[in-house]
Design a binder for this molecule. Structure first.
Ligand code: TNX
Length: 763
C-alpha cells in the first residue's frame, strides 16, 4: 500500500513537471544546435499555397534546397517570385549590412512572412536549417502526411557559431559504408549545422579509395576473409568482406557534401595502420626479423621510412587523393605506430644512425616532415593525430587532431599548431553509452551528458586527467597545472569533432546510427552554441520533445535510453527515461516488441529475473532491453576448473572464466585454430536447465569463436549435443547432471586473439 502511494506520487510529480515544462516552453523554439539569440514574439506565420519565395542570391542553390523540402512535405508549391514580395513570403537575402558573421544568419518570422539574412550562402543555408526545425518534423520525411498545420512561431533569431570547425569523423575501413549511407550521414550532419566530415579512408582492415596507379590497393587491400590477403576481423566472419569507392564515387560524394556546406577532409592513415597496404604491396613494409604487433594486433602494418622510394609511392597516392578533394587539408594519420618494426628494420636503423636520431619518435617526425612537403606540393596543408607532436617540430600551419586527451590539445596549441579537439572521453562515439551496452570503453562511458559537457576552450579543462588508451596504457597528460592559454593560443583551438571508429559497427543493424545519434546532436551544440546558452536539462527537453521526432523523420535509427528497472520487496518498479516515453515488457526473457504489453505501473512478482523491459519511440525505435537491476538471478556458480590448448595473456588469465564474475574474462596470445579447445570441468555434477557459452570480450562481440561448437558430457568422457557457435555464443540444454562442457574450434577465428567468458549456468 505504502509502495503504491509512493509510486502514485512519483508519477504525478513527473506528469506535473512535464506539464509545467510543456506549457512554459510551448511558444518556445526547440532548434538544435541552440541559436545564440532568440526573441519570441506574438506573431506567427502560416505557410499556404500562395506563399512565395524570393532571393537576391546569385546562385539559386538555397532556393532550390528549400523548395524541395516544402514541395515534398507540404501541399504548397512555394513559387519563386522575381520582385521583392510585400506579404506571404519567404525571403532569402544576402546582405553585407549588419555585419553578419560568415556562417551566421538572421531569421525573422512575422505575420507577413519569413526573412533569412546572411552575408554568405552558408549563413543563409544555416538560417534555412533553423527554419526547417521550426516547421512540423514531417518536413524531413519527404512525404505529405496531410495532418500538419504549417504554422511558424513569430521570432527573431540572430545566430552564428562559436567555432569554425564542427566536425564528425567516420572510419569506413573496419566497417565499409556504401555511397548512399555516406551521403545520408553527410546530410544528417548538415541538418545539425556541422561543417566538416573527416573521412578515415584507410586502415589495417581495408583500403577504401581507388588509386589508379596502384590498383592492388583496392583489388587486394579492400577485402578480408578466409581466402583473402587480409585476415577476417571484427566479426565479419570468414566470408569475403569489403568494398571501396571509385574516384567517380568520391567526387560524387564531395559534390553532395559541398551542396550541404560540408568540407570533406580525407585521411590516408600513415605510416602505421597500414596492413591493407602491406597486404597488397609487401615491399613497402620494414625488413628484418620482427614478430611484434600493433596495439590492434596487426603484424607488418608500418611503412618503412628507410626505403626512400616509398616516398615516391606515397607522393603518387597523395597526388591522386588530393585531386579528389577541394579541402585545403589532408590528414595523414600518424597514430599508434608500432615502433618495434622500425627498431628491428635495418633500413630504418641505418637512417636513424645517419641522421643521428636517438628516439623512434624522431623517425616519426622525419616521416611526418616529409609528408608535410608532399602534401603542400599538392596544394594542401597537412593534418595528423596528436602523435605527430611527439618527435619534433611541425610546420606552423600543420593541424593537429587531439584525441588522447584535452591536455594533448592544450600541448598542441601551446606549440602553436591549429588544433581540433576530439578527446576520446567526450568525443569517441564508438564508446559505450552505458555499461551494459555494446561498445568500446577504453576512454570510459561516453554518455550524452558527457558529450554535452565538453567545453573545448575551457581553461580548466581536465589537463591533468589520466586517460587510458586503446591498448590499455595509462597516458599521463603532459601539463600538470591548470593551463592558462593566451588569446592567440585559444584562437588556435579551431573547434571540435566526434569520432566514429567502426570496429564494432558490423552489428546489430544500423549500429553506426545508434552510436552517432543523439550524441551528434549534443556535439553540434558544443561546436555551435556559446557556453552561457547551454544547459543539459533544457537541451534534453528540446531533444526528447522535438528532436527525437525530427531524427525519426530524417530516417535516423537513433539510440533510445533504456528504462531504469528495480526490484524491491517483491515488486518491479520502472522509471521511464522521459515522462512521455513508452515502456513495454515481457515476462519470459524474450525481447520486448511493439506488441508486448505496456508498463503501466508497479508489477508484483516472484519471478523478476524473467522480465525484460525496453523503451520505445513510436513503436519503431527501441532501447536495449534490461532486466530488473537487483532481481535474484539463478546463475549457478559450481566449483570449476578449466583445461585448454591455448596460452593465456597473463593480464587476462584463464582462471578468470571460473570465478563467475562476469566482468573478468580470458584472452589468449593468438588466434584460435582448428582443433583448439577449452574444457570446463565441474567438481561435482551440475544440474542445469540451460548453459550459455559466451566467447568474445563482454559487450564487445569480437575476438570470439567464429567457427566451432560447444558440447557437454554427462560422464566427463563422452560428449553429446554438439551445438554450433552463432555470433560468438552457443546455448546448451542438458537433460541430466553435467560433468563438463567443451568448446572446440573448427576454423581460425576472425580476430588476432581469442576471448572467453564464464559459463552462464541456469538452474
Ligand atoms: C584508437 S583514435 C585508434 C583507432 C581505433 C580507436 C578505437 C586513433 C587515432 N586510433 O585506430 O579504432 O582507438 O576506439
Amino acid at each position: 500500500m505504502e509502495q503504491n502511494k509512493i509510486t502514485m506520487i512519483k508519477k504525478l510529480t513527473s506528469v506535473i513537471t512535464a506539464l509545467i515544462i510543456t506549457i512554459s516552453m510551448a511558444a518556445q523554439i526547440t532548434i538544435i544546435p541552440k541559436p545564440n539569440s532568440i526573441k519570441v514574439n506574438e506573431d506567427n506565420f502560416a505557410l499556404n499555397s500562395e506563399t512565395v519565395i524570393y532571393s537576391n542570391e546569385k546562385e539559386r542553390a538555397n532556393i532550390y534546397y528549400l523548395q524541395e523540402f516544402i514541395k515534398d512535405a507540404t501541399p504548397f508549391p512555394l513559387k519563386q517570385q522575381i520582385e521583392y514580395p510585400s506579404q506571404n513570403f519567404i525571403i532569402l537575402e544576402v546582405t553585407q549590412e549588419g555585419k553578419i558573421p560568415a556562417e551566421g544568419y538572421k531569421l525573422q518570422v512575422s505575420s507577413k512572412g519569413v526573412t533569412i539574412k546572411g552575408s554568405t550562402q552558408t549563413g543563409i543555408f544555416y538560417g534555412i536549417q533553423s527554419l526547417l526545425q521550426m516547421l512540423p518534423a514531417t518536413i524531413y520525411s519527404g512525404n505529405i502526411s496531410g495532418h500538419e498545420k504549417w504554422i511558424i512561431q513569430g521570432v527573431e533569431i540572430e545566430d552564428s557559431p562559436r567555432y569554425s570547425y564542427r566536425g564528425m569523423h567516420l572510419d569506413v575501413s573496419r566497417t565499409f559504408f556504401d555511397v548512399n549511407t555516406v551521403k545520408k550521414f553527410i546530410n544528417w550532419l548538415s541538418f545539425h549545422k556541422m561543417n566538416k566530415f573527416h573521412w578515415h579512408l584507410t586502415d589495417d582492415n581495408g583500403w577504401r579509395v581507388e588509386i589508379k596507379k596502384y590498383p592492388k590497393l583496392t583489388e587486394v587491400g579492400a577485402w578480408r576473409g578466409e581466402n583473402e590477403a587480409l585476415d577476417a576481423a571484427f566479426g565479419s566472419g570468414n566470408k569475403r568482406y569489403g568494398g571501396f569507392y571509385t574516384q567517380r564515387e568520391i567526387k560524387e560524394i564531395v559534390a553532395y557534401a559541398t551542396e550541404r556546406h560540408i568540407e570533406i577532409i580525407p585521411e590516408i592513415d600513415l605510416p602505421g595502420h597500414s596492413r591493407a597496404v602491406t597486404a597488397a604491396y609487401p615491399e613497402v613494409g620494414c625488413d628484418g626479423e620482427d614478430e611484434s604487433v600493433s596495439v590492434q594486433g596487426e603484424e607488418q602494418n608500418v611503412w618503412c621510412v628507410g626505403k626512400e622510394h616509398n616516398f615516391k609511392m606515397l607522393n603518387n597516392i597523395i597526388k591522386e587523393v588530393a585531386a579528389l578533394f577541394p579541402s585545403k587539408y589532408f590528414h595523414i594519420g600518424g597514430d599508434e605506430v608500432n615502433y618495434e618494426q622500425w627498431n628491428n628494420c635495418p633500413h630504418c636503423q641505418a637512417l636513424m644512425k645517419e641522421k643521428e636520431m636517438q628516439k623512434h619518435e624522431e623517425l616519426l617526425n622525419y616521416f611526418v616532415r616529409k609528408m608535410e612537403i608532399i602534401v603542400e606540393k599538392h596544394g594542401k596543408h597537412m593534418a595528423g593525430w596528436d602523435e605527430i607532436l611527439d618527435g619534433g617540430e611541425l610546420k606552423p600551419q600543420t593541424r593537429v587532431y587531439a584525441w588522447r586527451s584535452v591536455a594533448k590539445g592544450i600541448e598542441s596549441v601551446t606549440k602553436g599548431q591549429p588544433t581540433v579537439m576530439m578527446p576520446g572521453e567526450y568525443c569517441y562515439f564508438d564508446m559505450k553509452q552505458s555499461p551494459a551496452e555494446r561498445g568500446h570503453n577504453w576512454a570510459g562511458i561516453v554518455t550524452l551528458e558527457k558529450v554535452y559537457s565538453l567545453d573545448p576552450t575551457s581553461k580548466i579543462a581536465s589537463a591533468n586527467a589520466q586517460i587510458t588508451t586503446a591498448n590499455g596504457q595509462v597516458n599521463l597528460a603532459t601539463s600538470k597545472s591548470t593551463p592558462s592559454l593566451t588569446q592567440e593560443q585559444e584562437a588556435l583551438i579551431l573547434g571540435v569533432q566526434g569520432g566514429l571508429w567502426a570496429e564494432l559497427f558490423g552489428r546489430p543493424a544500423r549500429f553506426m546510427e545508434y552510436q552517432a545519434y543523439p550524441r551528434i546532436a549534443a556535439l553540434s551544440e558544443v561546436g555551435w552554441t556559446l557556453p552561457e546558452n547551454k544547459e543539459f536539462n533544457e537541451f534534453s527537453y528540446r531533444l526528447s520533445t522535438a528532436h527525437f521526432e525530427r531524427m525519426h523523420q530524417m530516417g535516423i535509427e537513433f539510440r533510445m535510453d533504456p528504462p531504469k528497472v528495480v526490484y524491491i520487496n517483491g515488486s518491479i518498479m520502472v522509471t521511464a527515461p522521459y515522462p512521455w516515453s513508452i515502456v513495454r515488457y515481457t515476462t519470459d526473457e524474450s525481447e520486448p516488441t511493439m506488441y508486448s504489453p505496456l508498463y503501466r505501473g508497479e508489477i508484483i512478482t516472484d519471478r523478476a529475473q524473467k522480465f525484460r523491459f525496453a523503451t520505445f519511440y513510436k513503436d519503431q525505435i527501441k532501447s536495449i532491453s534490461v532486466k530488473p537491476e537487483n532481481a535474484n538471478y539463478t546463475y549457478l556458480k559450481p566449483i570449476t576448473t578449466i583445461e585448454t590448448s591455448m596460452t593465456e595473456n597473463s593480464r587476462f588469465p584463464i582462471k578468470n572464466v571460473t570465478d563467475y564474475s562476469f566482468k573478468t574474462y580470458f584472452r589468449s596470445n593468438s588466434k584460435i585454430k582448428a582443433g583448439d579447445y577449452f574444457i570446463y570441468k565441474f567438481d561435482s555434477p551440475v544440474k542445469a536447465s540451460r548453459i550459455t557459452v559466451e566467447t568474445g570480450i563482454p559487450n564487445i562481440t569480437f575476438y570470439g569463436v567464429t567457427d566451432g561448437y560447444a558440447e557437454f558430457s554427462y560422464d566427463g568422457v563422452n560428449y553429446v549435443e554438439k551445438t554450433e557457435f552463432k555470433l560468438n555464443s552457443a546455448v546448451l540444454y542438458p537433460k541430466e547432471e553435467v560433468k563438463s562442457v567443451r568448446i572446440v574450434a573448427t576454423k581460425p577465428n576472425d580476430g588476432y586473439i581469442l576471448a572467453l567468458q564464464d559459463l552462464r549456468i541456469e538452474e
